[in-house]
Design a protein around this ligand. Structure first.
Ligand code: BES
Ligand code: MN
Ligand code: MN
Length: 457
């Protein structure tokens, strides 16, 4: 990998310039107003892959945004690595909380600030540049397929359809993904788990119009009051979720694994300081790391209704709404949890209000075995470039397509992410360290060479 690393050093400034260009495209998949930009990001990525030397690069059209596909087959006897990532990003609002416009990237103190810098443009782009370097240096030993989608942040529904319809095209030995985090820049780690997801939207309807809260208040059910009661009834005093059957089948983590988790470096004070909180909060009997990775959760993501404008308007609202997500762990089924939530919510509504429940996207949790050659290849690659053995960790976020890859393609994924939890993904001032960007580009080629070697043994 000597030539590859030399190539990277020689071209690192251009790599950064290109990434900044990519980050300027506001590819917000959730916002129809940005549809043109999402497509433009796909086209940009396709162009960049072509220039890097990838063959058969094309946009695979879907019912939504295109999937960027390309491949380089170097040797029929070599293993094939499928690189997955996403070029779409989360909405940037609230815009006024950004110190710098989200799609006008700047570099401050060795850190790139922009929406998508870490999740996932900056990370998926490391793979394109690592590929470019390996190929240019004549050191690419694995076959590579790229599949970069534009709908990860809205549930990957069209990618699921594409995957099911293109099983031959996507044949590979392993899927490599950088869309997660390491513990710290001096503590490399590999995510061996992802949580699943059930995302719901609910509404509560009371009277047929907004009412004077003095004339009617006290005599008519207030949908926001009711919604708040219904939501708070879903946790008990131990912060456990009360929906009947919610924990059925949840795979208990062994005492040995929990003991290992307790050994992972974690600085509670730094964690609290980063978030500006004075105490953590969560399910009784579990540590912060456990609460945010191996335990299922229920969180309100947004709640609205009534009057939220300037000043005070005395009104008893007609409607109340909330978006609620549940993070799931291995052995919970997203479909089953969606059903349990729906049953509970409909049954919990008092007389005098009408309730609706609409499921949004969902997906299953994922667990990666640590005794695979892919894990070993990643582990040794990180050990080489960080000078320290990586720690296996369970991530709290979700990439629902990963479980689908395993179910439909029979291929396991390796989550070799380079972000930090403090990178503010999905938040204002999302950022990605230059250290992390370059460390990723440096490390990825070692994964490929290690993987090929282990595969050939
Ligand atoms: N890259 C994240 C997932 C992630 C982040 C996993 C950090 C582990 C650590 C991904 O882009 C994401 O945000 N996924 C969504 C799910 C999707 C269905 C909207 C999530 O986790 O909320
Ligand atoms: Mn992501
Ligand atoms: Mn995301």
């Amino acid at each position: 990998m000597k030539e590859t690393q030399a190539y990277i050093s020689a071209h690192q400034d251009r790599f950064l310039t290109e990434l900044l260009e990519f980050l300027r495209i506001p590819s917000i998949s959730a916002d129809p107003a940005n549809a043109g930009s999402v497509r433009r990001a796909a086209e940009w990525m396709a162009e960049n892959l072509k220039k890097a030397g990838v063959d058969h690069v094309r946009l695979e059209e879907t019912a939504g945004f295109p999937i960027v596909y390309g491949e380089k087959m170097v040797d029929a006897k070599a293993p094939t690595v499928l690189v997955y990532g996403h070029y779409d990003v989360q909405p940037a609002d609230p815009l006024d909380l950004w110190d710098n416009p989200p799609f006008d990237p700047i570099i401050k103190n060795e850190v790139i600030y922009a929406r998508g810098s870490c999740d996932d443009k900056g990370q998926v782009f490391m793979h394109v540049k690592a590929f470019e370097a390996m190929y240019a240096a004549g050191e690419l030993t694995c076959n590579v397929k790229f599949m970069i989608e534009g709908e990860e942040e809205i549930g990957s529904n069209n990618l699921s359809t594409f995957v099911c319809a293109h099983k031959d095209l996507l044949k590979a030995d392993v899927i490599l993904i950088s869309d997660t985090a390491i513990i710290a820049n001096d503590t490399p780690s590999i995510d061996v788990g992802l949580r699943g997801l059930s995302y719901m939207e609910v509404s509560v309807q009371g009277p047929n119009r907004d009412l004077h809260s003095g004339v009617y208040g006290g005599a008519v059910a207030n949908p926001i009051n009711i919604l708040c009661e219904m939501i708070s009834s879903m946790h008990d005093e131990f912060n456990r979720i009360t929906i009947p059957g919610f924990y059925d089948g949840v795979l208990d983590v062994s005492p040995a694994d929990r003991a290992a988790m307790a050994q992972t470096p974690f600085d509670l004070e730094a964690y609290q300081n980063d978030l500006g909180i004075h105490a953590v909060h969560g399910e009784k009997g579990f540590s912060t790391i456990e609460r945010a990775s191996i335990r299922p959760t229920l969180d309100v993501n947004g709640i609205w209704g009534g009057y939220t404008g300037e000043g005070a308007k005395t009104v008893l609202p007609s409607m109340a709404y909330a978006k609620i997500s549940m993070r799931l762990v291995p052995n919970q089924s997203s479909e089953q949890i969606t059903k349990l939530f729906t049953d509970y919510f409909l049954a919990a509504a008092p007389k005098g209000v009408k309730v609706t429940v609409t499921p949004h996207h969902g997906g299953e949790a994922y667990l990666m075995p640590t005794d695979s050659i892919a894990f070993q290849a990643a582990s040794e690659a990180l050990a080489k470039t960080f000078g320290k053995e990586p720690v296996p960790t369970r991530g709290g976020g979700s990439i629902p397509i990963v479980a689908l890859f395993e179910k439909e393609l029979g291929i396991k994924s390796i989550l070799m992410g380079f972000g930090l939890d403090s990178d503010a993904i999905h938040s204002p001032n999302e950022h990605y360290g230059l250290f992390n960007f370059y460390k990723g580009i440096e490390t990825i080629p070692y994964f490929f060479s290690n993987y090929n070697e282990l595969y050939q043994q």
